[in-house]
Design a protein around this ligand. Structure first.
Ligand SMILES: [Zn+2]
Length: 113
């Protein structure tokens, strides 16, 4: 399950950041998750539930901010949300290969105590 490895990595990053601030406990983890980043939100929550079996993470709240895919059309510059894996511009019919948003998976906030 590659989500578990990912969550463990994020937790390690978060722990290192918390330690730098002299914190002993992480209350909240906030992640941005693009819908094309290859990671499923439910799978991520499940993986986090596994990590939460460790005492250090029992009381940490995981918050996922889901980011919808957004493209920019090369032909007309229109920004749109693709409905398919083929990013076809609804205004001019041009194909876009440029994803503005939707691929991110990042740790955006950390609340420590
Ligand atoms: Zn267009």
């Amino acid at each position: 399950m590659h989500e578990l490895a990912l969550v463990q990595e994020l937790c390690a990053l978060a722990t290192a950041a918390a330690e730098r601030h002299g914190a002993t406990h992480i209350e909240r983890l906030q992640l941005r998750l693009g819908d094309r980043c290859g990671v499923d939100a439910d799978a991520l929550r499940l993986a986090f539930a596994v990590v939460q079996q460790q005492q250090a993470w029992q009381h940490t709240h995981l918050e996922l901010e889901l980011v919808p895919t957004r493209c920019r059309c090369h032909r007309c510059g229109h920004h749109f949300r693709p409905v398919d894996v083929i990013h076809c511009c609804p205004r001019c019919g041009g194909l876009s290969h440029e994803l503005l948003e939707g691929r991110e998976l990042e740790l955006v906030a950390l609340e420590v105590a």
